[in-house]
Design a protein around this ligand. Structure first.
Ligand code: TXA
Ligand code: MG
Length: 316
C-alpha cells in the first residue's frame, strides 16, 4: 500500500530520487515523475501498463518555466496560457531536446499544463524539474478523482500519494494544439470550448481518429469501467435487462433502483462532472453485470462528460 499524506517535502524527496508520487490536480489525480529523467518516465509507463506510443503531459508551475522546455510558442498559445493557467488546459507546444523522446512518444510537440491545486502548485515550485503525469489509473481505465481511487489500483506500485482531497473538476484537462494559426482541440475537458473561443476565436476539432490516434484519449474505447456500459434512454434500456443485473447512472432522474447513481439531482453539469468517474467506479464494484447510462445536456462541461460516457460505452 502507498502511504497517503499531505507532506510536500516527502513528495519532493521521492521525486528527486526518481520515484513516482500520485499528485492531486483540479481535474484528476496524476501519476507524477521527473519529466527529464528517463528512468522515472519509464516507471510511469510500467506502473500504468501504458503503451509507449501514448505521450505524457508535462506539468509546470508557471508559464515562465515553459520557455525552458519549448520553443516558438504561438501567440494564441500564450494568450490561452495567460488566460487560463493555472487551470484545466493542456497546450501542445514544440519541445526542446531536454524533453526526452519517451515523454512525447517521439512527437515534435509536448503537452504542457500548469495545474491549479494548492499542494501540487507548491510542490512544482520547489522542484527544479517539471513533472510528467498521466492520470493515475491503469491504461484505459477511468481516471481517479480521490486518493482512495489511486490507492485501489496503483497503491502497490508507488510509495506515496499526496492527498489533496477530491478533485474539484473531475474530468481531465482540455487539450489544444496549434498545427495552424487557428488552433485545434484534441480532447474535450474541464475547460469549456466557448471560454477558449472567447480568447482566440474559432478553433478546429480533431477529437476522434481511432485509426491513427494522436492522443489515445481519443481512442473510442477509453476512460472505461470494467463492466459493459450501455448508453441511451434509460427507461428503454431498462426494458431490455433483468432489473437485478443493472446499475444505473443517470443525470438527474431517480429511478428508485438499488444500484444507481444520480450525477446531479439539481442538474448542475459541474456537479455531474465531479461525480462522473467516482460513480462509474462504484458501479463497477457493485454486484451488477451491466451499467445503463444516459447523456447529459451537450453544452459547456456537458460536452466533456458526454465524450467520456461515449468512450466508456465504446466496444472493447
Ligand atoms: O487533466 C489532465 O490532463 C490529467 C492531469 C493529471 O493533469 N492528465 C491526463 O493525462 O489526463 P493522460 O496521460 O491520462 O492523458 C493525456 C492525453 C493522452 O491522451 C495523450 O495521448 C495526450 O494527452 N497527449 C499528450 N501529449 C501529446 C502530444 N504531444 N500530442 C498529442 N497528444 C498528446
Ligand atoms: Mg488518462
Amino acid at each position: 500500500m502507498a502511504e497517503v499524506g499531505k507532506d510536500i517535502n516527502k513528495a519532493k524527496h521521492l521525486l528527486e530520487r526518481g520515484d513516482l508520487v500520485a499528485i492531486p490536480t483540479e481535474t484528476v489525480y496524476g501519476l507524477a515523475g521527473n519529466a527529464l529523467d528517463i528512468q522515472a518516465v519509464t516507471s510511469i509507463f510500467k506502473a500504468k501498463d501504458r503503451p509507449e506510443f501514448d505521450p505524457l503531459i508535462v506539468h509546470v508551475s508557471s508559464l515562465e518555466k515553459v520557455k525552458r522546455y519549448c520553443v516558438g510558442i504561438p501567440p494564441k498559445a500564450n494568450e490561452l496560457a495567460e488566460a487560463f493557467w493555472p487551470g484545466p488546459l493542456t497546450i501542445l507546444l514544440e519541445r526542446k531536446d531536454v524533453i526526452p523522446d519517451l515523454v512525447t512518444a517521439g512527437l515534435p510537440t509536448v503537452g504542457i499544463r500548469c495545474p491549479n491545486h494548492p499542494l501540487t502548485s507548491q510542490l512544482l515550485k520547489t522542484l527544479d524539474f517539471p513533472l510528467a503525469a498521466p492520470s493515475a489509473n491503469p491504461f484505459g481505465y477511468v481516471s481517479p478523482t480521490t486518493p482512495q481511487h489511486v490507492q485501489d489500483q496503483l497503491g502497490e506500485k508507488i510509495p506515496y500519494i499526496l492527498d489533496g482531497g477530491r478533485c474539484e473538476i473531475g474530468v481531465e484537462s482540455t487539450i489544444v494544439g496549434f498545427p495552424d494559426d487557428a488552433g485545434t482541440i484534441y480532447r474535450l475537458g474541464g475547460l469549456d470550448i466557448e471560454e477558449i473561443e472567447k480568447v482566440i476565436g474559432k478553433v478546429n476539432f480533431q477529437l476522434n481518429i481511432s485509426s491513427n490516434p494522436r492522443a489515445p484519449g481519443q481512442l473510442q474505447s477509453h476512460y472505461a469501467p470494467g463492466k459493459k456500459l450501455y448508453l441511451g434512454n434509460i427507461d428503454e434500456l431498462l426494458a431490455k435487462f433483468r432489473k437485478e443485473d443493472v446499475g444505473i447512472l443517470s443525470f438527474q432522474k431517480d429511478f428508485h433502483m438499488k444500484h444507481q447513481y444520480i450525477l446531479s439531482r439539481n442538474g448542475s453539469l459541474e456537479e455531474a462532472a465531479q461525480h462522473l468517474f467516482s460513480s462509474l467506479r462504484m458501479l463497477d464494484n457493485e454486484p451488477v453485470s451491466v451499467i445503463l447510462a444516459e447523456l447529459v445536456p451537450d453544452v459547456g462541461l456537458g460536452k466533456a462528460i458526454n465524450d467520456r460516457l461515449r468512450r466508456a460505452a465504446g466496444a472493447r
